[in-house]
Design a binder for this molecule. Structure first.
Ligand SMILES: Nc1nc2c(ncn2[C@@H]2O[C@H](COP(=O)(O)OP(=O)(O)OP(=O)(O)O)[C@@H](O)[C@H]2O)c(=O)[nH]1
Ligand SMILES: [Mg+2]
Length: 462
């Protein structure tokens, strides 16, 4: 690893109260010291101030002597910092120009611009965070609801790492006993009984299964439930999106075919994030733009975790509805029977047979009827039988889930070896494979390419 000193703007760009330039590495303090002049005369140099102290003053351009901004500088000595290196944070005024100038002079003094996630990568490489904790940092930054945040915080505090470590300890112990018995057959090492080996494998396997099962729920908190509102034109899909958001986001008119392109918004229902997409109504059309919209609707529908199928209670079911129903049977669906403020058509009863087992919610968006019930149905559709944050570790990351699966497969092979009475020296190979898969989660056995890919998802400055 290169030991260059890195720097970046760590706050979002734009006008704000303050903005922070962060510097990490051996030169962090000398660079800051060169650029900074304290407000009060006779103050000591930043090189000798205590760790975790803050200093009021100004940043000057060392070339021209020009004063760039008034700032507060925090000085933190490694190894008790985020990166375990010396870190300086310069709190500037939050204008785009000021903060960029400050970064510029920091770079001119010998720091290099940090790559995305490089501060956190250093925290990982220097052993302050393991890989799953570093990934939790991304999830915290991206969390949009309280529940998502709780899942990510659980993992930053080492939730998944602790479970992985427990499982690895059991497997390492097992592996050590077996290898000792193989390597020193003449010593009096009591061989493990097959039942005992199986029992320990079972123990780990059960734990793995729990974590894999929690991954589905984890994905929901991390990425949101992909929810698509579908139906033929003019049934009130855009009205429904607006009602869920409590704002007039999508255009609503009485002209069928109003929505041409999909509109996606994030909705927070009891802490569960839903990514709700309002789509172009599905129908045969000769309008080229609308046709493209309908194609997109079909793609959204394919990928969605949940579909809300809106029908018009007054007009009843048409051929278009029946065609859409054909695409819905295999999906998680809630049927919203809208416009129940108008006289209702008789054929709605058929919905029960056409979409057996799906939840039907009668509503009138115009009058606000049924909206709360629909929201309940949405929450139930995803929360049913699933772990909620606070009830243990949630696996929020696809990479982790895949590693857990691989570990599970290797344990299965190990079990076969024992059950079929195959030569004992096959066992350590399977155990090693399981250990490696688990080690990838915390970063002990992961290759550089994967590490680079993970950190490239970060923003610059984190
Ligand atoms: N009576 C009544 N009218 C409604 C209700 N909900 C929506 N509408 C009306 O239905 C019309 C169509 O609503 P939209 O929300 O634009 O329908 P849409 O499904 O998005 O239509 P497209 O974008 O064309 O596919 C508008 O005139 C709405 O005011 C309702 O509950 N009752
Ligand atoms: Mg619409």
């Amino acid at each position: 690893m290169d030991q260059e000193t890195i720097a970046a703007i760590s706050t979002a760009l734009g006008e704000s109260g303050i903005a922070i330039v962060r510097i990490s590495g051996d030169l962090a303090i000398p660079i800051a010291d060169r650029l900074f002049r304290p407000r009060s005369k006779g103050k000591e140099s930043l090189k000798t101030v205590p760790s975790f102290s803050m200093h009021l003053g100004a940043i000057f351009d060392p070339q021209t002597g020009e004063k760039i901004d008034e700032v507060i500088v925090s000085v933190m000595h490694g190894p008790r910092t985020y990166t375990r290196e010396d870190v300086v944070e310069i709190n500037c005024h939050g204008g785009v120009a000021a903060v960029h100038r400050v970064l510029e002079v920091v770079l001119a003094c010998g720091a290099r611009l940090a790559a995305p996630g490089e501060f956190t990568k250093r925290a990982f490489l220097n052993g302050r965070l393991d890989l799953s904790q570093a990934e939790a940092v991304i999830d915290i930054i991206k969390a949009r609801t309280d529940a998502s945040l709780r899942v990510a915080m659980g993992n930053l505090s080492g939730g998944i790492s602790a479970s992985v470590r427990e499982m690895r300890d059991v497997l390492l112990g097992l592996s050590a006993s077996i290898e000792a018995a193989i390597d020193f057959p003449d010593e009096e090492i009591p061989a493990l009984q097959p039942e005992e080996v199986l029992q320990r494998l079972e123990e780990v396997s059960t734990k793995l299964e729990e974590l894999i099962a929690a991954a589905e729920a984890g994905k929901i908190y991390r990425e949101g439930v992909g929810t698509v509102i579908v139906g033929k034109p003019n049934v009130g899909k855009s009205s429904l999106l607006n009602a869920l958001l409590r704002e007039s986001r999508a255009i609503v008119t009485d002209v069928p075919g109003t929505t041409r392109d999909a509109i996606e918004e994030l909705l927070n229902l009891r802490g569960i994030p839903f990514r709700v997409v309002d789509t172009a109504g599905i129908r045969e059309t000769r309008d080229e733009v609308e046709k493209l919209g309908v194609e997109r609707t079909r793609r959204f529908l394919e990928q969605a975790d949940l579909a809300i199928f809106v029908v018009d209670a007054h007009l009843g079911l048409s051929g278009e509805d029946r065609e859409i129903i054909g695409e819905l049977r295999s999906k998680r669906v809630i049927v919203a029977i809208n416009k129940t403020d108008l006289p209702e058509s008789d054929d709605l009863a058929e919905l029960v047979d056409l979409l057996p087992g799906k939840r039907l919610v009668r509503m009138s968006i115009t009058n606000g009827w049924g909206l709360a019930e629909l929201e309940d149905a949405m929450v139930e559709a995803v929360a049913k039988g699933q772990v909620t944050p606070g009830e243990g570790v949630l696996v929020s990351n696809l990479r982790h889930k895949e590693a857990l699966r691989r570990a599970q497969r290797s344990l299965q092979e190990a079990r076969n070896t024992v059950v079929q009475g195959l030569p004992e020296d096959l066992l350590p190979v399977d155990l090693k494979a399981a250990l490696d898969a688990l080690g990838e989660i915390t970063g002990e056995t992961v290759d550089d390419e994967v590490v680079d890919r993970i950190f490239s998802q970060f923003c610059i400055g984190k």
